[in-house]
Ligand binder design. Sequence first.
Ligand SMILES: [Zn+2]
Length: 260
Amino acid sequence: MTHLHRWMLAAGSALALLAAACQTVPVTGRQQIILISPGEELSLGEAAYKKTLTSSKLSQDQAAADMVRRVGQRIAAAANRPDYQWEFNLVEDQTPNAFALPGGKVAVHTGILPFTKDETGLAVVMGHEIAHAIARHGAERMSTGLLTGIAGKTAAIVFGGGDPQTEQQVEQAFGIGAGVGVMLPFGRNQESEADEIGLFLMAKAGYDPRQSIEFWKRMEQAKDGKPPEFLSTHPSDETRIKRIEGWMPEAMRIYEAQAR
Ligand SMILES: [Zn+2]
């Protein structure tokens, strides 16, 4: 093999790797680079969820937990991911937060319920979080920048190998902020994308998408006191509401079509 041939082979396999790594986000069509396989991502998500649930307390409020399940199931049906094993839990935690992991594992903190107020408000939050999961934002974060070391490690190595630092990085990449360390912010693009996909999901699930604007206004007001963690890394609410208004005509079409 000549030197040139070797070089061409190497360049070819690098290109093939990059092509495999380049994915398209559902709904928005954005191109993203993901260096971990869907299988690895799923098992990391499930291991992180198991760990979170064993170290936290489930809410004893049966009515609220049932509401979380009901809203979750409707959003999940709209997301149309039969490969996901959905699970919805309400966790006793005063931090206003929620997260959804690849594979369909979702947790809502009791601390966000005063802001969501009713089922439609909860659908805004769950739609947004489920959107992060189906758009593979956690895997994208693990594939770029800070978290590159995770690519190629399996859940057994990360969660079974007693490597607390890597465990914590995986949790941060998935947006699990249950009192462990600092929340790693999702990127601005990812936040906006979760808002957009989440809005369409809630509309498709039969929740009035216009209520999302009311929810974000409530969160905005709450920021005057102690900023809720759910918001601390998110784009300014004014920009967010403007963008949501831009997507609203399409969301209303989806909402009205499902009501027929
Ligand atoms: Zn988010």
